[in-house]
Design a protein around this ligand. Structure first.
Ligand SMILES: [Zn+2]
Length: 278
């Protein structure tokens, strides 16, 4: 599943070919993805110039010159492939964007948990998909004070709390596991007990993990398709994620027998070290 760094990488790739370009033709090739495409979507987009591409949590926003915003989500298996108009769309290419300067962007999504809808600049903040979302973890409004206030009094685990999109938006399982490891916080700790000093430690670490992953070009369990249409082989060295049974970095020679453990919390795998994380 594309996580925040992959979405950011996709946005940056799209910005290079779409910003300042006019959409000469948009083709919508089926009635829906996760939700129906809005009526007149292709007509609304065709002929417009894309002023700016931005990201809100895991949503991609295409800001048009007439005040409309096309809002896309990659779901579980979506990607934006940047190609040429000579590339015929395939079975899973649901939306085709052609620009004036001979670029074709294909919104490909085999499982169709992704979506593409329309809103306006004025409606963006209150849009029903975005309105209840917490701050973006890379945004200036995601601070230790804000996180502390959100965690205060919470009885759920810190792991579950950080995956709650209302608390912080766009943080996925991989990045939560890694950030908790790097900040030495046990995933089983009650969220309320992380408010204060631990939150002050955690916030910069979350930003650091995401920034490093973006610099590495994003990462997922599988090879991730870059927006250029080429397959990227992003290998990011996870310290705990997917490392069950491996020696923890606190015990590189393995002489203490300290290995990364896996537990299941709220239906998701958590990887951690019980010596490093308290
Ligand atoms: Zn360890």
């Amino acid at each position: 599943m594309p996580e925040l760094p992959e979405v950011e990488t996709t946005c940056r790739g799209l910005a290079t070919v779409l910003e300042g370009r006019r959409l000469s033709k948009v083709e919508v090739r089926r009635p829906n993805m996760r939700i129906p495409f809005p009526k007149g979507l292709a007509q609304t987009l065709t002929g417009r110039t894309i002023d700016r591409v931005s990201r809100k949590a895991k949503y991609i926003c295409l800001h048009l010159d007439d005040g409309h915003v096309a809002l896309a989500h990659l779901g579980m298996s979506g990607r934006m492939a940047i190609t040429r108009p000579t590339t015929a769309p395939g079975k899973h290419d649901h939306v085709v964007f052609d620009t004036d300067d001979d670029v074709r962007v294909l919104f490909n999504d085999p499982r169709r948990f992704g979506l593409l809808t329309l809103t306006t600049e004025d409606g963006l903040a209150t849009h029903k998909l975005l309105a209840r979302m917490g701050p973006d973890p890379l945004g200036d409004d995601f601070t230790p004070t804000v996180l502390s206030a959100a965690l205060s009094g919470k009885g759920t685990s810190i792991k579950a709390a950080l995956l709650d999109q209302r608390l912080v938006a766009g943080l996925g399982n991989i990045y939560v596991c890694e950030a908790l490891f790097r900040s030495g916080i046990s995933p089983r700790r009650k969220a309320g007990s992380v408010a204060g000093k631990r939150a002050a430690r955690l916030v910069p670490v979350i930003k650091e993990v995401l920034t490093e992953a973006i610099a590495a070009g994003g990462s997922t369990l599988r090879d991730y398709a870059q927006p250029s249409g080429e397959l990227g082989y992003f290998k990011f060295s996870w310290k705990v994620y997917g490392q069950e049974g491996e020696s923890c970095s606190c015990d590189p020679s393995g002489k203490d027998g300290i290995v990364v453990k896996r537990i299941v919390q709220t239906g998701r795998s958590t990887f951690f070290c019980s010596r490093c994380q308290r």
